[in-house]
Design a protein around this ligand. Sequence first.
Ligand code: MN
Length: 281
Amino acid sequence: MLNERIVILSDTHLGKPTGGAVSAEALRPLWVGADRLVINGDIAEVHDAALRVAAAREVLRIEQWCEADGVELTLISGNHDPLITDRRSLKLFDGEVYLTHGDALHPAISPWTGHRDRLRFLNKRTHDALEPGDRASSAGHLAAAQYASHFTWDEMTRHHEASHQKVFQKLACAAVKSMRVLWYWYTLPRSAQKFAKRYAPDSRFFIFGHIHRAGVWRFGRRVVINTGAYGFPFRPHAVVIDNGELCVWPIVYHRDTQRYGLGAKPRAKFDLKRARPAVAA
Ligand SMILES: [Mn+2]
């Protein structure tokens, strides 16, 4: 498995007119030549009734091309595509690398949004309804966030109300939201480390998306990596594991070919083999 090439992306938000990756087709160069592609949540805007068809079509395109390119595709669900799969996390290399979208890192799922209170309430209610054994498990924790996202989108679709805010109210809300985003950009990498300590204690690499802030942080022996976003602040990243090396690459968009590709050099590089015992048990 160490000689496999695995490409990890997240938050492509396909189907979104602006703020997501341009298209499934534009992403294709990123996985060509790989053995496996993992998309760590929010692959497409399937939560939004108005965008669902376009989003689903892009997901199918990725599936078709992966099949044509001989690449095994693994999807992990995020808060914009909570029911696309029940896979909420993935362990690679005997748990040395752990991936999850990141929506389960905070009780309010997306605490910077206007519906954070509803998300927090539904997350708690779903979690409380689990069997005691599941409640303490990572699977229970991840499933509660998954269904809370789904219920919240469902409610928002059914009770959609137009905003009657005046311009200055909208501006004030946007300003407060920006402050919240900055706060969670700052605090959520540490929340990721707390989550990893509790639910993936053996992981040396914890990879998430969701907050849209690309970065590499070290907490003791663990490296926490965020793969960023194609929309604001426009710094998408890929994690590529190849030949025992884990690299964090910036993704660049080539306007001439209208395709994405890896940047000129990796932002960070780690040796996976070094963490393993010299002699296999
Ligand atoms: Mn998300």
